[in-house]
Ligand binder design. Structure first.
Ligand SMILES: Cc1cc2nc3c(=O)[nH]c(=O)nc-3n(C[C@H](O)[C@H](O)[C@H](O)COP(=O)(O)O)c2cc1C
Length: 222
């Protein structure tokens, strides 16, 4: 049986070495259908690129210790979208978690890939925000070291509603660039508010963290 979203949030770790094994046709079809649906809803232009060893076969790819990273999703959208980065994080993270449930592994990659070698079609006015490598992992990965909950959320644990606590815990498990975890979560009039801190790619991280929070808590956040 497929894992639940909560299980996928726990099981997901960044995987950089993959088995030398193409994604099977059925799974690739399901991924493509999911991407089509996400593009429809978000207005983004995510693209699944299969069997392309070039994108990570660069100095940066080797530097990042990527191996057999032959499949990826290019995360692309219109430059004019004011919330482009956050939106990419929010929709990309749903893709990452659904891929985990399909038995695949992933890694968000903003820096260590060949930027000029990404094979995606970029229309005029679009930007490649980052890529997500995807495939069958050569290892399981392990949980990242995390900041303590109190550093990211000032609400005392005893005062947290159950849904909010579940959301905060899932937010701590979210991937962030350089594992920086530069965000803060508060509870305002019964609603969760998540804000990005200052730094590189923190808006992309924000969308990722919000998605984890919402899926685990069952509550929308701001
Ligand atoms: C927006 C973003 C960009 C990232 N860019 C890179 C990258 O360029 N190279 C890399 O090896 N990992 C990259 N990562 C992966 C992070 O290093 C990783 O998510 C973090 O260390 C937490 O580990 P975990 O994903 O295993 O929980 C990126 C992650 C995010 C969310």
């Amino acid at each position: 049986m497929e894992m639940t979203m909560q299980e996928a949030i726990r099981a997901r770790h960044s995987i950089r070495r993959y088995k030398d094994q193409p994604i099977d046709r059925d799974t690739a079809g399901r991924l493509q259908a999911l991407i089509d649906a996400l593009n429809e809803e978000s207005g983004l232009h995510l693209q699944l690129i299969l069997d392309d060893p070039q994108c990570f076969d660069t100095f940066l790819g080797h530097y990042g210790h990527f191996e057999h990273a032959d499949n990826y999703v290019a995360v692309i959208g219109k430059r004019t979208l004011p919330d482009l980065d956050e939106r990419c994080g929010y929709y990309g993270q749903l893709l990452v978690l659904e891929a985990q449930r399909m038995g695949l592994n992933t890694c968000w990659v903003g820096g260590t890939y060949g930027h000029g070698k990404c094979r995606a079609d970029k229309a005029a006015g679009e930007k490649i925000v980052c890529v997500i490598s995807i495939g069958y992992g050569a290892y399981e990965g392990k949980p990242h070291p995390s900041k303590p909950l109190q550093k990211l959320c000032a609400v005392p644990e005893a005062d947290m509603p159950d849904w909010f606590k579940a959301g905060v815990e899932a937010a701590l498990l979210a991937p962030t660039a350089l594992n920086q975890q530069k965000f803060s979560i508060s509870l305002v009039n019964g609603e969760a508010v998540i804000k990005a801190g200052f730094g590189v790619m923190t808006k992309l991280d924000l969308g990722i963290v919000k998605r984890n929070f919402e899926l685990a808590s069952g509550h929308k956040c701001r």
